[in-house]
Design a binder for this molecule. Sequence first.
Ligand SMILES: [Zn+2]
Length: 197
Amino acid sequence: MLGRTHLAIGLATTAAVITNPHVLPEALITAGISSLIPDIDEEHSLIRRKIDIIPGLPLGFPLLLIADYFLWHYKYLSLLAAILFAVYTGFAYFTKHRGFTHSSIGFITFIIILALSDKMLLIPAIIGYGMHLIADLMTNAGIELLYPLKRRFGLHLFSTGSIIDQSIGLIELFIFFIILYQNFTGMRIPFRTFTRL
Ligand SMILES: [Zn+2]
């Protein structure tokens, strides 16, 4: 699925679930980044194009390790979280697309890193990352949910980059802006009211 579709799904779902406007900005940033992170395993993905700086060179890998070191050094990450982050990054960069990062074990590793660091970010991170895996599960290519087993799971509903993929992105973006509009104006929308129950 396209990076921008993942981003729109992550933001819309988070805006629908997190009802406290004071934590919403931080939650949206976390969910937005988390919704793109699984595709670190693909060199042409939206997130890799941002962090690799020079296209085609995996510069993001050493940069993430340096960031990891300083996050540990300045105590934003515990030693265990920093080690897990380094391991996660290594697998993400040097395993096949839709393998480790798109699996149960990749998801759990990512969530443990956050649980050891900042529990406030857990829910939006679970939403962002989890919705990415669910969305990719819908596609023809599927994902290696039980990595290291090679078997791919997928519902084969559409292809990445297809008109359906792009339409989902636009619809989710529309929903996201409606929810934000409701937050600012206090207007009530049926599905939003439901999430407050
Ligand atoms: Zn993906």
